[in-house]
Design a protein around this ligand. Structure first.
Ligand code: NDP
Length: 250
């Protein structure tokens, strides 16, 4: 098998749509054995079936990143199925409650942080021992430009993504001498289900595209390529880094 991830077993969370789906497809085409994880198993099954028909090695697992037992089971079944874990793209995420701070409620804080920040923690907590048992590894967390700059109506989403950037940098130091690199990508606007929720009308999307330095909104595949780079040995001297992928907007 050819490809930049040949021989590697890679876990992708939130692989049922958007950036995670694009990553699962790209990593499989780059020779990885991919474990595609998400809650919507019907979606995961149709993606994995399609890729298997192309002769690629993919396997689907149900995983809710807010539930530690579910995360532990996904990593355990990865080890049982493929025998090792070399890389992970912790991509699962949800939009924040998009309102000014004083209109936000505590339950939304818990909900957004549970997925975007604690979810990534739970994934890393269970992935890392599996990677150590496999002789090392690489992790990429999917943060956001919203984790590097402030944005209006984004207090909880921003808090979750700034937190994820911080956790990435700290964890990178915990494992730098143990052969595991931990990095993040910080996507700007990217066409996905989440994005279409934010930008509900075609007119709004066109206005935003026109305001982007490169004059278009990213495709999920643009983000998958950035994550791919950080997961390969091409990035072997890069850890604790956050790669801004926003077409120059920030
Ligand atoms: P999508 O809504 O298309 O994808 C989100 C994915 O996350 C889905 O596969 C969903 O799967 C999964 N997910 C959500 N909650 C959970 C959970 N509790 N457990 C497991 N999986 C979960 O949006 P994107 O592809 O845009 O989002 C992917 C990541 O990119 C997110 O972290 C987002 O914050 C980040 N991002 C996106 C930007 C954009 O403009 N699109 C910009 C910056 C960052 P399921 O529902 O099946 O579980």
């Amino acid at each position: 098998v050819h490809g930049r991830l040949r021989g590697k077993v890679v876990l992708v969370t939130g692989a049922s749509s958007g950036i995670g789906e694009a990553a699962a497809r790209l990593f499989a085409k780059e020779g990885a054995s991919v474990v595609a994880a998400a809650r919507r198993m019907d979606r995961i099954e149709s993606i994995t079936e399609e890729l298997r028909e192309e002769g690629l090695r993919v396997w689907g697992v149900v995983c809710d990143v807010t539930d530690e037992d579910s995360v532990a089971k996904a990593v355990k079944s990865t080890m049982e199925h493929f025998g090792r874990l070399d890389a992970a793209f912790n991509n699962a995420g949800i939009p924040g409650a998009m309102r000014p701070l004083h209109e936000l409620v505590a339950a939304d804080f818990d909900r957004v942080l549970a997925t975007n920040l604690k979810g990534a923690f739970l994934c890393m907590k269970h992935e890392i021992p599996a990677m150590l048992a496999s002789g090392g590894g690489a992790i990429v967390n999917n943060a956001s430009i919203g984790g590097l700059v402030g944005a209006p109506d984004s207090s909880f989403y921003g808090a979750s993504k700034w937190g994820l950037v911080g956790m990435t940098k700290c964890a990178a130091l915990d494992y730098a001498r143990k052969g595991i690199r931990v990095n993040a990508i910080a996507p700007g606007p990217t066409r996905s289900e989440m994005f279409d929720g934010w930008m509900a009308t075609e007119a709004a999307r066109e206005r935003l595209a026109a305001a982007m330095p490169m004059n278009y909104i990213a495709h999920p595949d643009d983000m998958a390529r950035a994550a791919l780079y950080l997961l390969t040995d091409e990035a072997r001297w890069t850890t604790g880094a956050v790669l801004a992928c926003d077409g120059g907007a920030s």
